[in-house]
Design a protein around this ligand. Structure first.
Ligand SMILES: Cc1ncc(COP(=O)(O)O)c(C=O)c1O
Length: 423
């Protein structure tokens, strides 16, 4: 191949047969060290596989210290943590729980599963997190709790949410499934509301395959959480309590992985922050339709399940976000659309079937999900929201620069993208 042909191939969009820009690979995820492998073998040989063993106790102590709370109860996943968190702050059947319109369906399901009516409200167009004004507007005398979800790479406005919640006597259950280690004015995400709920499912930044935890300061709430996940027992395990509880326990094997992950987490969070800053600067310098979302200065540490990006259709020369994503994807660039859809469109929330709690709600009290429209949520999901998942943010500078080069190439060939889709 001549140099000129090679150059042409490099400049031509991969969408139209040119060379792909990104040829480096992101790091593997999830990861574990030899120390965890050895500890896992010890656990297997020990016969102590569950029931509040030494690894669970050690992890809970370290994790509570990391988040900045007095207590941590580890559980089977990040859905039962939300259920237990809601019940522990006093949510009972028939209460209303306010949930943002953009989140994983489990946030809403957890509230439905404890018999609450889920009221879905709109999000902030920049952060994609719960809009405090929409939260306040949805409050009724039956509202018992709100679940601010710290989504992808932005925290909710916790000043506004806490002040509204306080004014109306509403409990705050933070959903921190995405952001173990974020800090708002130096307070840990999950330590600001009444309880914090975390998922350790394998794609999360702290992972044990499956797993979850709830953190809190209040000792009574902690005892309730413990008995809810430990078939009604108290945390000293000596006396069965008098509360109704389930088996939502975590295993020692999961806690071995979590202890190792927690040791690595601060350095990984710092690396993701560096990559996000590098991408944000690169995008600002090159211009075009894609930019990083604005960093709220009250966020003193941002953990990233993903980097949140904003695609501006007004700057895209008639190209839709999905066409833009297709062009990036062809270049090997991992920037994609929001992995979540408006929650009210989830088949699970619209299932009028005997296996679902939905038909058993009082029709006079409930939101009709099928006809609900939240305009900011819908526009973000369809037209403006983009993300880069956390694993990619752990890549080397060279990998991040290839991502930027792919975006720059597409930005410089918008005519090519347009003609590709026109043809
Ligand atoms: C925002 C959010 N909340 C809750 C959950 C539920 O966590 P789990 O899958 O561990 O049940 C998830 C999981 O993806 C999530 O993303």
């Amino acid at each position: 191949m001549t140099q000129a042909t090679e150059r042409k191939q490099r400049n031509e969009l991969a969408l139209s047969g040119g060379a792909q820009t990104v040829d480096l690979s992101p790091p593997a995820w999830p990861v574990a060290s030899e120390k965890e492998v050895e500890r896992m073998a010890e656990v297997v040989r020990s016969g102590k596989w569950s029931w509040f063993g030494p690894h669970e106790r050690a992890f809970c102590e370290d994790y509570a210290a990391f988040i900045g709370t007095k207590h941590c109860a580890a559980m089977a996943n990040g859905t039962v943590t939300l259920q237990c968190g809601l019940q522990a702050v006093g949510v009972t059947p028939g209460d209303e729980v306010i949930v943002p319109g953009l989140t994983w369906v489990a946030t809403a399901q957890a509230a439905l599963d404890v018999g609450a009516n889920v009221v879905l409200v709109d999000i902030d167009p920049e952060t994609l997190c719960l809009d405090p004004a929409a939260f306040e507007a949805a409050i009724t005398p039956r509202t018992k709790a709100v679940i601010p979800v710290h989504l992808y790479g932005c925290m909710c406005d916790m000043d506004a949410i806490m002040s509204i919640a306080k004014k109306h006597g509403i409990k705050v259950v933070e959903d921190v499934a995405h952001q173990q280690g974020s800090r708002w004015r130096d307070q840990g995400a999950g330590a600001i509301g009444d309880v914090g709920s975390y998922s350790f499912q394998q794609s999360k930044v702290l992972a044990s395959g499956e797993g979850g935890a709830v953190t809190c300061d209040d000792s009574e709430i902690y005892e309730t959480l413990f008995s809810l996940k430990q078939v009604g027992w108290q945390s000293d395990l000596s006396t069965p309590g008098n509360r109704y509880g389930h088996n939502y326990r975590i295993t020692e094997m999961q806690c071995v992985l979590l202890r190792g992950g927690l040791e690595r987490l601060p350095a990984q969070t710092a690396r993701r922050e560096e990559s996000v800053a590098r991408i944000a600067t690169g995008l600002a310098e090159m211009g075009g339709p894609l930019r990083a979302v604005r960093r709220d200065p009250r966020v003193t540490r941002q953990a990233h399940y993903a980097m949140t990006l904003f695609f501006d259709p007004d700057l895209a020369e008639g190209i839709t976000r999905n066409q833009y994503i297709a062009a990036l994807k062809a270049e090997g660039c991992p920037a994609g659309s929001s992995s979540y859809h408006p929650v009210y469109r989830s088949p699970l929330l619209n299932l009028y079937h005997s296996t679902s709690p939905v038909p058993f709600r009082n029709p006079d009290d409930v939101q009709d999900y099928a006809s609900l429209r939240l305009p900011v949520t819908e526009r973000a999901v369809a037209d403006t929201a983009m993300i880069i998942m956390q694993t990619h943010l752990l890549g080397t500078d060279a990998y991040i620069d290839q991502i930027l080069a792919a975006i720059e190439k597409v930005n410089g060939n918008m005519d090519g993208v347009r003609s590709h889709f026109a043809g």
